[in-house]
Design a protein around this ligand. Structure first.
Ligand SMILES: [Zn+2]
Length: 478
């Protein structure tokens, strides 16, 4: 049996889960479910990133300990995963004992590439990130993400020799051993490498930031939160000794957002190379979502809750919209109007209606006779290829061609008129064809719309003895 390891990035617990997180969970979930369907043994891991000055700040604002804050926030992310039927096998928290110990082991493994030096530069706690003199000058000293001045930092830090690994990473990207999707993101990181990677600071003095993992052998320093968070991808597999690490690393796909590409396409691969480990096979970088073509932000007050959307329309409709109507390879837009249209026109009118039109006739004319059905089989090479390329939008377009084709068949064969002629053999033939196609569609949709897929199989899979009937995607008025 072959193994398949897929990860999401681990959300930072400084705020509530938003639709961007939800999109990433759903995308990785499709990959995991699809791999399981292919008979692969899958580990799908996700989790939460919980250390750093920003978490300590947030917790202090509400008079909580950072750990208590992180416990509470971490639960919200788990709750979102439940709501969206995310089939993650593992949920790692960077405050887990195991992760902390692994981070220290990794530090030792990287020892040859770590040195102590004084850092003079700038930091924004809001970003938990270092900024160069040039960047800070360009921005007039104010972080545009947080509207607060950068902090001038002059301190002793540990550094990692990132500069050493640029050529090897570039080579891996170009050869596609480390395949970055979409291609545009691959170019972006190559030009970053071509500009020259500088060594990076990977610790902060404990008197400045103490909510984090101590540097082994130097209690006066805390590991930089980003640096240790990246290690989650192997601590979750029990690096270095557990069999899971041996069986599942390198990751088949790591799914991330475009804002953290530098961490995942430069720093993380350099850490892996330094330890003599293989790079992930694929890095899929999804875009951002706007709301009515506006950037979503707390200060604009246009934050939209993924829980609210899922509650109103159900998890499958949520998954459907974000997988098909947010482009897989670029930024996308959410509007309630577009969501309503996708729900009513595609899910209710096309998929739901094809099921309903079939069920009604079978119920009416074949109450005594047992009909047996088996799924139709069409060539799915293009769909498989789309999923392998993380083109979820295209995969759903292709499946929807089958949904539309079936509706067209129903319109043309007019089974309700066949029924009136009394030609039951012909009617049976038409309905059997409809069900065969619906069952095939259900199988294809399983990674995308697991609940509806199971419902369709159940409706037609019980020989209709069981009167279980569900109206898929009942129309919703807003
Ligand atoms: Zn900032």
């Amino acid at each position: 049996m072959k193994n398949y390891f897929v990860t999401t990035s681990i959300p930072y617990v400084n705020g509530e889960p938003h639709i961007g997180h939800a999109q990433e969970f759903v995308e990785a979930d499709v990959l995991a479910r699809y791999a399981r369907k292919q008979g692969l043994k899958v580990i799908f891991s996700t989790g939460t990133d919980e250390h750093g000055g920003k978490i300590a700040e947030k917790a202090a604002e509400v008079s909580m300990t950072p750990k208590k804050w992180a416990d509470q926030m971490s639960l919200k992310f788990k709750e979102l995963m439940d709501v969206l039927e995310i089939s993650a096998d593992r949920f790692i928290r960077t405050t887990d004992k195991n992760h902390e110990e692994t981070a220290k082991k990794v530090w030792h493994r990287l020892a040859d590439d770590i040195y102590k030096s004084s850092y003079v530069g700038w930091y924004c706690t809001g970003d938990e990130a270092f900024f160069t003199e040039t960047e800070v000058n360009y921005l007039n000293g104010i972080c545009p993400n947080h509207n607060r001045p950068f902090e001038k930092i002059e301190e002793e830090n540990y550094f990692f020799k990132l500069s050493k690994y640029g050529p090897a990473i570039k080579q891996a990207i170009l050869s596609k051993d480390f395949h970055i999707l979409p291609e545009s993101k691959s170019h972006e990181i190559i030009s970053l490498i071509d500009e020259g990677l500088e060594d990076i600071s990977i610790s902060r003095p404990k008197d400045k930031i103490d909510w984090g993992i101590s540097v082994p052998g130097d209690d006066s320093q805390t590991m930089y939160v980003w640096f240790e968070a990246l290690i989650n991808y192997i601590s979750v597999l029990g690096f270095p000794d557990h069999q899971d690490f041996k069986d599942f690393w390198p990751a088949n796909v790591q799914v991330i957002g475009k804002d953290i590409i530098r961490f995942h396409a430069a720093i993380w691969p350099a850490m892996l190379l330094s330890m003599g480990l293989e790079l992930p096979k694929k890095l899929f970088v999804h875009g951002f979502i706007t709301l009515n073509n506006q950037k979503i932000s707390k200060s604009l007050g246009n934050v939209i809750s993924p829980f609210e959307i899922a509650q109103r329309y159900g998890s499958d409709a949520f998954r459907y919209y974000f997988l098909r109507h947010i482009p897989s390879y670029s930024d996308g837009d959410f509007t309630w109007e577009n969501f309503d249209n996708a729900y009513n026109n595609e899910l209710a009118n096309e998929l739901g209606n094809a099921v309903q039109r079939t069920v009604v006739l079978i119920d009416k004319y074949f109450t005594k006779e047992k009909l047996t059905f088996s799924p139709a089989q069409h060539d799915s090479i293009e769909i498989d290829k789309s999923i392998a390329e993380c083109r979820f939008d295209r995969a759903l377009d292709l499946i929807w061609e089958q949904v539309r084709g079936l509706n067209q068949y129903i319109d043309e064969s007019k089974p309700w008129e066949v029924a009136k002629t009394g030609d039951m053999d012909h009617l049976k033939e038409v309905l059997t064809y409809q069900v065969a196609n619906l069952l095939e569609i259900a199988i294809l949709l399983e990674p995308f719309l697991p609940t509806s897929s199971a419902a369709i199989v159940k409706i037609f899979g019980d020989n209709l003895e069981n009167k279980y009937r569900t109206i898929l995607f009942p129309k919703i008025e807003r």
